[in-house]
Design a protein around this ligand. Structure first.
Ligand SMILES: *Cc1c(COP(=O)(O)O)cnc(C)c1O
Length: 455
């Protein structure tokens, strides 16, 4: 139970808190959901009501909430070392975690730079790429390429390579110019191809860009296999292979942003494993601690690292670091998170559940307003449309997600639609029975009169 009366807390919340990605006006006459505790797949509110955490608390929770193994590791660590800087000092957890990350990623990724959130993981990769070229004799490579509907964070650097104007248009004057390639948005294919006949023709603008300006480009940043915040757009592994190869051919470094997809969410440890291709930089965060504490890592190759290595006076140092870089508590949680993948055989156990999930969500095709059903590992998404034939979307003002969110709460579900896209981003400990219960509730929500606008 909360230590204070929940209504007192709600009043204080309204007076003092400013919530992220939230229009506070929505709560003028309504309380925010006050969560008191969590266990496994469930969040519990102050009145003791249970909610399926179907979005893994912003895509972080891996082995369920409060997993005893991670919590025990944290408790042990609190007896030993809370925080220490990682500049000129090191500690066991940072060392062992770097080694574990190198062990579970392709052999070429040998170096780990820690930070504390997904945006910084990406900015570190971008800054390393830029400085790398200055120190590798091609200082004219200063530009970046991003994907439309790509999302890499809310800092100025990551907004500058992102493609979600809905979130970031107010900040355009702060952003630096970068190149953007079309989203591999198969449901609304940018070249009008049918899935059966797809040969990744939508990569042609990248090929043209690289022909013309490749020598100016430092790196290309992309989310492997799913543009998550941009609308849960799942795309073929072949596309990732094609753009990686194009970049390589023009000497452009490749940054895979696996902040969202890393740590099993797509059914493999990392999404790029589906494509059998390897980046120059790999950005990790969200699930790295099993979702318990903030931590991030940017991994790269010996070749990149070597360009920063030299006598002090040569000034090749990477001048970047955050106060809580490699925090010992967070690193302890991350080590325990990775141990669980082995102890619980998480990824093997998950495969039949994933198949069951993908089968179970087919029923949503029966709803007129569901234009597309997209599946990738423990992630599924439904794109709602006004007209299935023309794929006409609902407008921003219609805000179809809001009644779904509210009805979800009444049915014990945390659903947080992204615009017209409803999605499940499930913790990896979900069972087939949980899938059935969640899908049934989503069905109940969507078929409740007045929740979906008539199509
Ligand atoms: C969430 C996210 C980020 C940003 O992470 P923060 O921890 O919110 O800064 C970056 N990239 C991707 C793909 C994400 O989903």
């Amino acid at each position: 139970m909360t230590s204070y009366d929940p209504s007192f807390l709600q009043r204080l919340d309204k007076r003092h808190l400013w919530h992220p990605f939230t229009q506070m006006h929505d709560y003028a006459d309504r309380d925010l959901l006050l969560i008191d505790r969590a266990a496994g797949l469930f969040l519990y509110d102050a009145a003791g009501r249970a909610y399926y955490d179907t979005i893994s608390s912003w895509w972080c929770i891996v082995h369920g909430h409060n997993h005893p193994h991670i919590m025990a590791a944290l408790r042990r660590q609190t007896e030993r070392l809370d925080q220490v800087l990682l500049a000129g000092i090191t500690h066991e957890n940072a060392i062992l975690l770097a080694k574990r990350l190198v062990d579970i990623t392709p052999p070429s990724l040998t170096r780990v730079f820690f930070s504390d959130n997904g945006s910084t993981a990406c900015e570190v990769a971008m800054k390393m790429a830029l400085q790398y070229w200055q120190q590798a004799g091609e200082p004219q490579r200063k530009r970046f390429v991003g994907v439309e509907r790509g999302y890499h964070g809310d800092t100025i650097g990551t907004m500058s390579v992102g493609g979600t104007p809905g979130f970031h248009q107010a900040f355009a004057p702060l952003c630096f110019a970068s190149f953007r390639i079309p989203a591999p948005y198969c449901y609304r294919c940018p070249v009008g191809a049918a899935p059966e006949g797809c040969a990744c023709e939508c990569s042609a603008p990248l090929a043209e860009l690289l022909e013309r300006r490749g020598h100016e480009i430092a790196a290309c940043i992309v989310e492997p296999l799913i543009l998550a915040a941009g609308g849960m757009i799942v795309y073929p592994a072949a596309y990732l292979r094609v753009i990686t190869e194009l970049c390589r051919r023009h000497g452009v470094l490749v940054i895979f942003d696996e902040v969202a997809t890393g740590f099993g969410r797509t059914g493999k440890m990392f999404a790029f494993e589906h494509a059998g291709t390897v980046p120059d930089f790999l950005c990790l965060s969200k699930g790295i601690t099993g979702g318990t504490l903030p931590l991030a890592a940017t991994m790269t190759t010996e070749e990149i690292f070597a360009a920063f290595y030299g006598p002090y006076a040569e000034n090749r140092t990477f001048y970047h670091g955050h106060t809580f870089t490699g925090n010992p508590l967070a690193a302890a949680a991350a080590l325990a998170n990775l141990e669980l993948f082995e102890q619980e055989d998480t990824l093997n156990r998950l495969q039949p559940v994933i198949r069951h999930l993908h089968q179970a969500v087919r029923r949503f095709h029966a709803l007129e307003q569901v234009g597309d059903v997209r599946c990738l590992g423990a992630i599924v998404a439904l794109e709602l449309v006004r007209d299935r034939r023309t794929k006409e979307p609902f407008t921003f003002e219609e805000r179809v997600g809001w009644p779904i969110y509210l009805a979800g709460l009444e049915h014990g579900l945390i659903l947080r639609p992204l615009g017209n896209v409803i999605y499940l981003w499930l913790p990896l400990t979900v069972t087939a029975a949980d899938v059935d219960a969640i899908v049934e509730r989503v069905w109940t929500v969507l078929t409740r009169p007045g929740v979906l606008p008539p199509s």
